[in-house]
Write a protein that binds this ligand. Structure first.
Ligand code: R1P
Ligand code: URA
Length: 235
C-alpha cells in the first residue's frame, strides 16, 4: 500500500491509463480490459488491473488538477514501478478547426503551475510527451481514421476563470486546448525517467460553444481509449 493507493506490490501493471474521472476508470475496466480486478478504492479513486489483448494493463483515476494527479503519478512510479503512463482525459478546444469529439495528442503542455516553477525557478522547463508513445499513438489514430490533432495544450490550474483573454492568446500561438493534468504528468515522467503521453477528447469548444450529446461523447471516449490501449501494448 502507498499513502493513497491500496494495491499490494505487483498488483499494478507497468502500463497504465490515467483518466481524471474514477468512473471513467471503471468504464474502461468493464468495457476494454479482460479479467479486470479492483485494486484501489481509497478516496473513491478507483484503480483496476486486467489485460488488453493478453498484455497486463492498469487504469487509475487521478482526480482533477495537478496537485491531485501528482499524488497518484508519484505513488504509481515510485511505489509500484509503473513505466508507461497514458492520460486519457477531456479538454476544451481553443482552435476553430479543433472540434468537439476530435482527439488531441498533447505533444507538449504549457502551465502556470507553481509545482514545476518552484523546482526550476530560472528555466521554463519544457513539458513534452514521450516521442515513441506520441508517434505510435498518432499512427494508430490515423490507421483507425480518427480525427486527431497534435500540438501544445494548456494544463491550467483554474477551471472557472474570471477572464479567458490569456487563454485565447495562447490559442493565437497555436495551443490546441485546455485541460488540467498533462504538464505535471510530463514533468514527473522526466523526473523519474519513465514514458508518458496525454490523449484528450475534446469535450467542449471554448470559442464556439459547440457541444455534443453524452452518447456522442461516449463514442469518442472509446476512440481515445482504443488509441491509448493499442499504443501501450505496442510501445
Ligand atoms: O476529463 P478529465 O480527465 O478529468 O480532464 C479534464 O476534466 C476536468 C475538468 O472538468 C479536469 O480534470 C480536466 O483536465
Ligand atoms: O474546458 C475544459 C474542458 C475540459 N477540461 C478543462 O480543463 N477545460
Amino acid at each position: 500500500m502507498s499513502v493513497h493507493i491500496g494495491a499490494k506490490p505487483g498488483e499494478i501493471a507497468e502500463k497504465i491509463l490515467l483518466p481524471g474521472d474514477p468512473l471513467r476508470a471503471k468504464y474502461i475496466a468493464e468495457h476494454f480490459l479482460e479479467n479486470a480486478t479492483l485494486y484501489n478504492e481509497v478516496r473513491g479513486m478507483l484503480g483496476f488491473t486486467g489485460t488488453y489483448k493478453g498484455v497486463p494493463v492498469s487504469v487509475q483515476g487521478t482526480g482533477m488538477g495537478m496537485p491531485s494527479a501528482a499524488i497518484y503519478i508519484n505513488e504509481l512510479i515510485r511505489e509500484y514501478d509503473v513505466k508507461q503512463l497514458v492520460r486519457v482525459g477531456t479538454c476544451g478546444s481553443i482552435q476553430k478547426d479543433v472540434h468537439v469529439r476530435d482527439l488531441v495528442l498533447a505533444q507538449a503542455a504549457a502551465t502556470p503551475s507553481s509545482m514545476i516553477r518552484n523546482d526550476f525557478p530560472k528555466y521554463d522547463f519544457p513539458q513534452i510527451a514521450d516521442f515513441d508513445l506520441l508517434l505510435k499513438s498518432y499512427q494508430i489514430a490515423k490507421e483507425h481514421g480518427f480525427t486527431t490533432h497534435v500540438g501544445n495544450v494548456l494544463s491550467d490550474d483554474v477551471f472557472y476563470k474570471d477572464s479567458l483573454e490569456d487563454t485565447f492568446r495562447l490559442g493565437e500561438y497555436g495551443v490546441l486546448g485546455i485541460e488540467m493534468e498533462a504538464a505535471v504528468l510530463y514533468y514527473l515522467a522526466a523526473k523519474f525517467q519513465v514514458q508518458a503521453l496525454g490523449i484528450m477528447t475534446v469535450s467542449d469548444h471554448m470559442l464556439t460553444g459547440e457541444e455534443t450529446t453524452s452518447e456522442e461523447r461516449q463514442k469518442t471516449f472509446d476512440e481515445m481509449i482504443i488509441v491509448a490501449l493499442e499504443t501501450l501494448i505496442q510501445a
